[in-house]
Design a protein around this ligand. Structure first.
Ligand SMILES: [Zn+2]
Length: 296
């Protein structure tokens, strides 16, 4: 009887083992199929929270906290919640590369085509000639100011206001849009990188999102009274032609907080707020990022 019992036990163990191996195989296949399906879906490691693969767009993504994200060769800050941001310049060229490496995982590289946008042409006349062709004696001043601007734009701070929805810093008629090719007094000049809101001098200008003041200059040659707000991860608001500044570098501001008064300083044809969004040196469309102007 002992032998029969042993045989039965061996047979039962083999059956159990076979069943386990079968389940293991099914499990492996499910995992494999799941992986293949995810890879086919295109983005197994992140999702886009905002933005499109189009010139002038600001893209916000969400990934696993602790993941490494590289966009076109630049390593991006990733917030503790897994949020990151990058911008596609007005003149961004295809393709662009996004690489995401989850903690302990292999890098996943995506190549994207950047859709081209069509830009308006905006001829402007009546601008003081010194702003169209600056005289030799102000060239040093312009170069020095550009250095200050460039230094502010290089900031890469772990502030996460970039991920909040933006609001308009002033409301009024939109008198200039992002991307237009500018013809100043008949001469083609650099494109327009902001959105212009026609408001009278002295109108309070508020922070479109929270952040830290990274530049506060009352009198720059081209842009007059100028304020930069660092919203974190390389994203900054640029507000120019201001008549009065109410903040200084290093101040923390919250969304909706007044930072300055509008004006007509620098190269302008009349009082308005010029508001631009920069992701490091990339110029993105603040109007598109913020959405429709609220009805007053
Ligand atoms: Zn403007």
């Amino acid at each position: 009887m002992k032998n029969v019992d042993d045989h039965w036990r061996i047979a039962a163990t083999r059956k159990l083992l076979k069943a386990r191996i079968s389940w293991l195989l099914i499990g492996c296949w499910t995992l494999l199929l799941g992986t293949v399906m995810l890879v086919q879906a295109g983005d197994p490691s992140y999702r886009l929270v905002k933005g499109t693969w189009e010139q002038g767009s600001l893209l916000i993504g969400e990934t696993t906290p602790g993941a490494a994200v590289v966009f076109d060769g630049r390593k991006l800050l990733v917030s503790p919640e897994g949020l990151f941001v990058f911008g596609l310049d007005r003149d961004a060229k295809s393709p662009v590369l996004l690489t995401i490496t989850a903690p302990g995982g292999k890098p996943i590289v995506e190549s994207h085509t950047v859709a081209k946008r069509k830009w308006d042409t905006q001829p402007l006349t009546g601008i003081a000639p010194k702003y169209v062709d600056p005289p030799q004696e102000v060239q040093d001043r312009i170069a020095a100011e550009q250095k200050i601007i460039n230094a502010a734009r290089r900031r890469d701070t772990a502030i996460s206001d970039f991920a909040t929805p933006f609001v308009w810093p002033a409301t009024g008629r939109i008198s200039g849009i992002f991307g237009s090719q500018r013809i100043l007094n008949g001469k083609p000049k650099s494109p327009h990188y902001g959105v212009d809101v026609a408001v009278p001098t002295g109108t309070p200008i508020t922070a479109p999102a929270g952040g830290v003041i990274s530049l506060a200059e009352p009198d720059l040659y081209f842009t007059g009274g100028t304020v930069f707000i660092d919203h974190g991860h390389g994203l900054q608001s640029v507000m120019v032609h201001l008549s009065r500044l109410d903040v200084k570098v290093g101040d923390r501001v919250e969304q909706g907080q007044p930072v300055a008064l509008s004006g007509a300083t620098g190269r302008v044809t009349g009082p308005h707020l010029h508001w631009g969004l920069y992701w490091f040196g990339e110029k993105v469309d603040a109007q598109k990022h913020t959405g429709a102007m609220p009805v007053r």
